[in-house]
Design a binder for this molecule. Structure first.
Ligand code: F6R
Length: 615
């Protein structure tokens, strides 16, 4: 949430900042800005709206200089206007700051500063922080770089909240100071130049050597060196890591949007999630990074899954998988609810924190809370260098590759695959028979081909989407493991089309929801042939009897369903436990094509950001 990029080196900073920033636009895209030291002082450009607005302003009047900071914003305090865009200056106009996070005590600090005569140009918490830093710098006794570092250190001690920041000062050309508490920051190590960014994605064109700043650390970044220190000022050991950094903007390939590309990638991303993890001899799964022995795993009596949004939906499918395969009770909780709640937790509970980005503030907070209470916690993450991956006792990477589209798609199916593997592993440590384990393994191995088959229906789904795109609202219904798939279908529809959509267990229809059924409110009913197929057909009849339309997700060639529903979104058949992975695919495509039909900005839907690093 919000993206930061800073550069110091021999090259002109402006084009580098703009290019790197555009690679972070998925983190927030309501306004953007940059500040560069131009030889005389700090020069700032900032604009409401997308980075292209900023780029136009910069092209019209370029800023010349070799070190600078930049930011793409997801508004927390104040509307997305030019004035509220970052960077923000201190009272002297010599210090500029970009900030990712939230300053919780900013009103108190603002009041004190206002009483002391400070004037503010924006409604943001960040400008307050800039003024606090400027005050601390003005009062500082140290000289040069040490003075700015001391100002940052002492100011952060007064601040409550999360932050990742980058600061420049016109007295100190060639220096960028960065600090993190909660929000991630990464140093990009170049040759004779260095970078600072809130995620490695920004650095791909420039370097694959990075240093991940640890929580509470600060960095003094120069073109030829960088010094990392702890909050108390002690130098800290650094580890330069090599990362894989692939995606560029042209990597959409033949697809119009990253979301479509990522939907289409699922045969490969699923394969990457299970590659090397199928143990055919043992009829089980091998998961190397759990850091738990078989005995320790056998002693787990309950599992608690924490996550947000789509990641939590994957956990809800995971509950069904683990309970079916391993007979271990699983509860799923919104990370944001768990972290501040005081519900009792059974002893011998294992926590699983699920997060594509590995940076979601609520999931990270919940993970830390569970650890504080003494429970073992595993992470299920995509981003290898993320805070959740680092803070967990062990875990499973989903290896889905970078997900750029704001709406999560391939990460969801990879998460569900990881839960399948976990269920299989835990099941085989308990009572699951080798024959049953082998059946599931075989079905997993065939899944990429089945996903390809499901994706071939994209064009016919686009026609259905076109037909229903003018609906006022949509209901999504499913039972058992397909209930979270209904929730996920509704979430995708809401976030990229802005149509109102709700997901329910099918049988809840009669308990109030049915009142919503009318001509303008079609129902998407997941009705692949399983133990509750006839029940689902009952729900379908009830909807039809009240004049509602039904778009069914059903097996290819299900003529009965085809005859009853207004449209059929077809999927191939697989093992019943894996069917939800296939069933979500037509729903991803349905929301994608509906959004396109409505002319929405699919990869950057309004009000959203890809990774939610504030509470
Ligand atoms: C929906 C979506 C969000 C995320 C949620 C958690 O398409 O992307 O609901 O799933 O913000 O994000 P991660 O998985 O990064 O923790």
């Amino acid at each position: 949430m919000c993206g930061i990029v800073a550069y110091v080196g021999p090259r002109k900073a402006q084009p580098i900042l703009l290019e790197a920033l555009s690679r972070l636009e998925y983190r927030g895209y309501d306004s953007a800005g940059l500040a560069i030291l131009n030889g005389q002082g700090v020069e700032v450009r900032k604009k409401g709206g997308r980075i292209e607005n900023l780029a136009k302003a910069c092209l019209a009047k370029p800023i010349l200089g070799e070190s600078g900071i930049s930011h793409t914003r997801w508004a927390t305090h104040g509307a997305p206007t030019d004035a509220n865009a970052h960077p923000h200056l201190d009272a002297s106009g010599k210090l500029a700051l970009v900030h990712n996070g939230v300053i919780e005590n900013f009103l108190e600090l603002k009041q004190k500063l206002t009483q002391a005569g400070h004037k503010f140009q924006s409604e943001t918490d960040t400008e307050v922080l800039a003024h606090c830093l400027g005050e601390a710098y003005a009062k500082g006794k140290a000289k040069g770089e040490a003075r700015l570092l001391e100002a940052v250190r002492s100011t952060l001690a007064q601040i409550q909240g999360t932050l990742g920041i980058a600061v420049i000062h016109s007295d100190l050309p060639g220096l960028i100071v960065g600090a993190r508490r909660g929000s991630p920051l990464v140093i990009g190590v170049g040759q004779g130049e260095n970078f600072l960014a809130s995620d490695t994605q920004a650095l791909a064109p420039y370097t694959n050597r990075v240093v991940i700043l640890q929580d509470q650390e600060m960095v003094a970044l120069h073109a030829d060196r960088f010094d990392v220190s702890s909050p108390l000022g002690a130098q800290t050991q650094i580890k330069v890591e090599q990362i894989e950094n692939g995606v560029t903007h042209s990597d959409k390939g033949p697809h119009a949007h990253f979301m479509l590309k990522e939907i289409m990638e699922q045969p490969r991303s699923i394969e990457n999630a299970f590659r090397g993890r199928l143990d055919r001899d043992g009829a089980t799964a091998k998961l190397g990074g759990l850091n738990m022995s078989s005995d320790q795993l056998r002693q787990v009596e309950r599992i608690s899954v924490i996550g947000c949004g789509t990641a939590l939906h994957s956990g809800m499918v995971g509950k069904y998988l683990i309970e079916s395969l391993a007979k271990i009770p699983v509860e799923t909780q919104h990370a944001s609810e768990f972290r501040y709640g005081d519900s009792p937790i059974s002893p011998k509970t294992l926590f699983l924190a699920v997060s594509q980005s590995g940076e979601t503030a609520d999931t990270l907070g919940a993970l830390r809370e569970a650890k504080r209470r003494g429970y073992p916690c595993l992470g299920i993450c995509n981003n290898v260098a993320s805070s959740i991956a680092r803070d967990s006792d062990g875990g499973v990477y989903m290896h889905a590759g970078p997900e750029i589209g704001v709406a999560a798609t391939k990460s969801f199916t990879s998460q569900v695959m990881v839960f399948t593997l976990l269920g299989l592993l835990l099941g085989r440590l308990h009572q699951l028979s080798a024959a049953h384990g082998t059946e599931v393994l075989e079905a997993i191995a065939q899944l990429p081909g089945k996903i390809e088959q499901a994706l071939r229906h994209s064009e016919s789904i686009a026609k259905v989407a076109q037909k229903f795109s003018q609906s006022r609202s949509m209901l999504f219904l499913g039972r058992l493991a397909n209930f979270p798939i209904a929730l996920e279908g509704a979430l995708k529809m809401k976030e990229i089309t802005y149509l109102h959509a709700e997901g329910y267990p099918s049988a809840e229809l009669k308990h109030g929801v049915i009142a919503l059924i009318d001509k303008g409110t079609p129902t998407v009913l997941i009705a692949t042939a399983d133990g509750v197929y006839d029940k689902n057909l009952g729900s379908l009849q009830e909807i039809k009897a009240r004049g509602g339309s039904v778009i069914a997700v059903g097996h290819e060639g299900d003529m009965k369903l085809k005859g009853l529903a207004d449209a059929l979104l077809e999927v191939p058949k697989t093992h019943e436990l894996l069917q939800p992975i296939l069933n979500v695919i037509p729903l991803q495509l349905f929301s994608y094509h509906t959004a396109v039909a409505l002319g929405r900005d699919v990869d950057k839907p309004r009000n959203l950001a890809k990774s939610v690093t504030v509470e």
